[in-house]
Design a protein around this ligand. Sequence first.
Ligand SMILES: C[S@@+](CC[C@H](N)C(=O)[O-])C[C@H]1O[C@@H](n2cnc3c(N)ncnc32)[C@H](O)[C@@H]1O
Length: 248
Amino acid sequence: MNNATGKRVLALVRGDDYAHPGEEEANGLLFAGLVPDRRRRVLDAGCGGAGTAAWARQRGLGAVTGIEIDPATAELGRRRHPDVTIVQGDLQRASRIVDGPFDLMYAMTAVYAVPDQDAVFRELALLAAAGAELRLLEYADPHGHFAAATGDSATLAWWRPLVPLRLPETLAAAGWSSVCVRDLHPEFIAWYTQLCARIHDKRDRIRREFGDDWYAFVAAEYAGILELVRERALGGVLVRAKRGRDSG
Ligand SMILES: C[S@@+](CC[C@H](N)C(=O)[O-])C[C@H]1O[C@@H](n2cnc3c(N)ncnc32)[C@H](O)[C@@H]1O
C-alpha cells in the first residue's frame, strides 16, 4: 500500500491521511508524555501523507519536517498539510537532504519499509541535537517467523519488520542510548480487527470511488495481515531512545 492510490483508499477507511495501524490511538502512544513546545524541532521519518505530522503540530508538539520517499505521496502531504515541511527523499540519506538538528525524531510505521535500517538509525543520529529523543512505532517480527510466513506474497515479502531483541544493540551501534522497547501485540490485534471491520463497512464507498478490484485487494490484504498478527508472525513495537552513548 506504499503508493499514493493505496494511501487514499486507506485514508478513506482510516481518516485523516493516516497510513498506520491504530490511527489516533497510535499517535497518543507514540507522543505520550510530551508537553507542548512550539520551538521543538521535530523530524517525521517516512511521513507519508503527513497526517501524523499534522496531528503533532496541531497539538503544539513542535515544528515538524517530514521526509517521504514517494514523490506523489510527498506532494499529497504538502497539499493537505501545508503547515508541515515535507522533503522528498530517502531516509537512508537523511542527513544529506534535510538540515538538523532535531530535538525529537520519530517514525510511525516507516522504518520497516527501508532495506538498510542501520543506515536510517545512523543518519537520524547525525541529525539529532544533543539529548534528542528517538521514538518509533513500528511493525515487529518478534519470533523471526515473518519471512517464512510471507515468502510468496508480492505485497509483504519486501517488508522488514524490526526484530525487538536486536534493537538495543542496533540502536546503540548507531549512536542511540537508553533504549526502551514495548511490545504492542495486543494493540495490533485490536487495531487490525477494527480496520478489517471498517473496510467491510465502507465497501460500497471504496467500490464506488476506487473500483471493485481495489476493494477486493484491500479487503484480502488486511485480512491477511490480521492473520499474520494472530499467528505472531507480525506484531508491533514502541521504541524510545536518546541520542548519545550509554556509559559503562
Ligand atoms: C506505512 S506508510 C506510513 C506513513 C506515515 N508515517 C503514517 O503514519 O501515516 C510508510 C511510509 O514510508 C515511506 N518510505 C518508505 N521507505 C522510505 C524511505 N527509504 N525514505 C523515506 N520514506 C520512505 C513510504 O513511501 C510511506 O509513505
